[in-house]
Design a protein around this ligand. Structure first.
Ligand code: SF4
Length: 384
């Protein structure tokens, strides 16, 4: 009903003593739905064939477990560590490329094995858009600065594509961006760059010459405000170093907008809209290694207590919840997470790789604590 996506107010699910505010946009994105559909279709159409996935299809444990239950095997873990050696793959096997895309090196390896990667490639078009953007920057002789998590599959893939066209370097956050800026201004000698940015720059990178002209792209699931701040900081660094007037900025800094995907933008804006409602706590659902989900948590934690869970089972009871603290990368147990007040207001959202069924399960579980389980069933029917 809101085709132009102008309304970011959450949907109120009113159970009387429990009020759940569901983010206007949440959960599965186009890229993830597309990838899952291709994966299951591939299984259906190829009985008896060995089917591999390069790594996790998406960052969601339930979806990955489901794929494995259908006989799909993973060649690598999410950090690129080998689970099954590539040598095991034979030309008549099928290898699916996940939604994050993959590096040119891996693509080459598979092609050399005789695997037709193009047929079972589920790379999201929004990731490909970033590759195209970095190629466009590279053609104008800019170095590509990638704001992303260096170990994330998508950033590794984007880095590989960018590095095939131009010098490239990854910055993971503002702290690293400020250090990179010191090499631009000359505050730090370029000889220190190689150790400090080890594993994050392309082969043959010249820290003196290759930081004179830069452009920024980002992993599609970063926090919009972080990417904006990073691009602004680097732009300002260039303006000061080269004493640039507004019309001359492009001589040293490519004019690009962020390369976040629509789902990241929609889900983040919906969380910002949801946070305008005063509530007691927030629950964010998604895989613990999901980048876009952790950013939704980051937005919520600025305002209220937030519980990051990957399953309804993590809600142990109305008193105890097991939830993930992504800062320390650990699951922790919290007691008395539901304050004793009526009505209690809970904000709820989920990441782009989280099936809606998980959100539904959480709504039903919470409603059950307030003897409103049957109302939950009725309410869900309205949306079917
Ligand atoms: S989060 Fe965005 S880029 Fe990633 S798969 Fe979904 S739509 Fe594609």
């Amino acid at each position: 009903m809101d085709k132009m996506k102008k309304d970011f107010t959450p949907t109120l699910l009113d159970f009387g003593p429990l009020q759940i505010y569901l983010a206007r946009h949440f959960g599965f994105c186009y890229g993830v739905e597309n990838a899952i559909e291709i994966a299951f279709k591939t299984v259906e159409e190829n009985p008896g064939k060995r089917i591999f996935l390069l790594s996790e299809m998406i960052h969601n444990p339930q979806v990955n477990a489901d794929l494995q239950a259908h006989g799909i095997e993973f060649l690598q873990d999410t950090y690129g560590k080998t689970l099954i050696p590539f040598e095991v793959v034979k030309p008549d096997d099928i290898v699916l490329i996940p939604a994050f895309g993959t590096t040119l090196e891996i693509e080459k390896k598979l092609t050399e094995t005789g695997i037709r990667t193009e047929k079972y490639n589920t790379t999201c078009p929004f990731v490909e858009k970033v590759w195209n953007r970095s190629e466009a920057i590279a053609q104008k002789n800019y170095t590509v600065v990638i704001h992303g998590k260096p170990k994330h599959e998508e950033t590794r893939a984007t880095f590989s594509h960018a590095a095939s066209n131009a010098p490239a370097v990854i910055v993971k956050d503002m702290e690293q961006t400020k250090e990179l800026a010191k090499y631009i201004t000359g505050e730090k000698p370029s000889s220190l760059f190689y150790e400090e940015f080890k594993g994050q720059y392309s082969e043959g990178f010249d820290a003196q010459k290759d930081l004179e002209q830069i452009g920024v792209v980002n992993q599609t699931t970063m926090l919009a405000s972080d990417t904006q701040a990073i691009a602004d900081y680097l732009k300002q660094t260039m303006v000061m170093k080269y004493k640039l007037t507004v019309s001359a900025i492009e001589e040293h800094f490519a004019d690009t907008r962020d390369t976040l995907c629509y789902a990241t933008n929609d889900n983040q804006t919906a969380v910002t809209g949801m946070l305008e409602t005063r509530a007691d706590l927030a629950i964010v659902v998604g895989g613990y290694n999901s980048s876009n989900t952790s950013h939704l948590v980051e937005l919520c934690e600025q305002k209220l207590p937030v519980y990051f869970i990957n399953d309804e089972k993590k809600i142990l009871s109305s008193k105890e919840i097991l939830h993930y603290n992504f800062h320390i990368k650990e699951e922790i147990l919290t007691n008395n997470y539901l304050p004793e007040k009526y009505p209690i207001k809970i904000l709820l959202t989920s990441g782009a790789s989280c099936p809606d069924a998980l959100v539904e399960g959480i709504i039903k579980k919470l409603a059950g604590f307030y003897f409103a389980g049957s109302r939950a069933e009725e309410m869900i029917k309205q949306f079917e």
